[in-house]
Design a protein around this ligand. Structure first.
Ligand code: NAP
Ligand code: F7E
Length: 361
């Protein structure tokens, strides 16, 4: 049975990836942080009592700032694959706590790579690189575009990107960068703009919120559907040789278009609800991201199915449902059409896997 170690397992991507790995017969080890409140909401549904002899998911306390613990974990688990997804992932927050962003999102990666090298564990390594690294590079951005990062987060990711390349070249590690453009889902953190908007739409429709305060409406992003991206992470580590790949839809839209689409879907006029708060603007913004993912299409056979409009509908419907409101319904239909089994629609990747003939439970 292959063994995987996932950092950031409690995050959006980590939770979808853990489902996928369990469904593919892996023993999954996840690193979680000690918090005084519960931070395992996204993985509670796959949690297994470790006393159960059939248990395949194991959680370990740790932190990306703690090299000793990371080394201990890698040496003891001896994973075949490491998916390094843990990070301070919020760009705006990285401006507020830049040193911490560098420590976790930058140095956290070298702590893992060093643990792998020193332990002699022959694990394949996936680094969660980001389209934010392209910063002000002109669109469309591909693997050959120059990095022009515009935030402490992006700079820390550039450091991690090059460390991953360096360990591949210097020590022959199977180390791969997935350079992922924005990917979203009903499990997206509530302060990222897509989820902030779709959640507000649902709350306004339910009479629980009156206004939505946003920052820059003009920046453009290439937004895709997260469960499709974690599938490609796995595919990257199954290749014969390590390499770096851009993942994105190739479609780009402004935050303004996102707002129009989400409110419009719910039958609301966004002008009645949205106000601009300068506090949400960033000291330096990334204006225009649009992926050229032709390499991933050619080499990995990966092409995403969910479009921007569909993504917004999936997320608005999910947020309505989570408030106990009736979904408008398009989002559910999209998941059913594209992935089958609409009963599992909120889980997304569960539906994806069932479509492939495997089961999570
Ligand atoms: P996310 O939902 O914010 O999850 C981040 C994960 O990292 C959480 O599990 C978090 O744990 C963990 N973490 C944060 N600080 C940590 C620390 N000091 N020690 C250990 N774990 C820590 O992020 P995501 O959207 O799933 O993204 C996954 C990865 O891909 C991140 O590295 C992100 O930067 C990168 N990425 C994301 C996108 C995207 O559009 N989603 C695109 C490109 C790259 P807690 O739950 O305890 O906070
Ligand atoms: O911002 C604008 C904001 O925070 C998107 C992370 O997963 O993707 C994510 O980073 C855009 C920016 O994501 C608000 O200024 C306007 O232009 O949702 P976001 P991000 O910064 O693109 C990349 C690929 C990652 O790697 C990151 O980890 O929306 N915007 N008003 C706003 N953004 C937020 N958060 N909140 C607002 O009120």
């Amino acid at each position: 049975m292959p063994k995987a170690l996932v950092t950031g397992i409690t995050g959006q991507d980590g939770s979808y990836l853990a489902e996928l790995l369990l469904a593919r017969g892996y023993e999954v080890h996840g690193m979680i942080r000690k918090a005084s409140t519960f931070n395992t909401e996204r993985i509670n549904h796959i949690y297994q009592d470790p006393h159960d002899p059939a248990a395949k998911l194991f959680l370990h306390y740790g932190d990306l700032t703690n090299a000793e613990q990371l080394t201990h974990l890698i040496y003891n688990v001896r994973p075949d694959e490491i998916y390094h997804l843990g990070a301070l992932s919020h760009v705006k927050v990285s401006f507020e706590i830049p040193e911490y962003a560098g420590d976790v999102t930058g140095l956290g990666t070298i702590r893992i790579l060093e643990a792998v090298r020193r332990s002699g564990v022959r694990a394949r390594f996936y680094q969660a690189s980001s389209s934010e690294m392209f910063g002000s590079a002109p669109p469309p951005q591909s693997e050959t575009s120059a990095f022009q990062p515009r935030s402490p987060y992006a700079i820390a990711k550039v450091y991690s990107y090059w460390m991953t390349v360096n360990y591949r070249q210097a020590y022959g590690l199977f180390a791969t960068n997935g350079i992922l453009f924005n990917h979203e889902s009903p499990r997206r953190g509530e302060t990222f703009v897509t989820r902030k908007v779709t959640r507000a739409v649902a709350r306004i429709r339910a009479g629980e919120q009156k206004k939505l305060f946003l920052g820059n409406l003009e920046s453009k992003r290439d937004w895709g559907y997260a469960p499709e991206y974690v599938e490609a992470m796995w595919t990257m580590l199954q290749r014969e040789t390590p390499d770096d790949y851009v993942l994105g839809t190739g479609e780009s839209h402004s935050v303004r278009q996102l707002v129009e689409e989400a409110f419009g879907y719910a039958g609301l006029d966004w002008h009645d609800f949205v106000e601009i708060d300068q506090g949400y603007f960033r000291p330096t913004e990334v204006d225009f991201l649009q992926a050229d993912a032709s390499k991933a299409r050619r080499v990995l056979g990966w092409s995403p199915k969910v479009t921007f409009k569909e993504l917004v509908r999936i997320m608005v419907d999910a947020d309505l449902q989570s408030l106990g409101q009736a979904p408008i319904g398009e989002g559910m239909r999209i998941l059913q059409d594209k992935f089958g089994d609409w009963h599992q629609w909120h889980s997304g990747v569960t539906a994806l896997l069932q479509n492939n003939g495997t089961h999570v439970e």
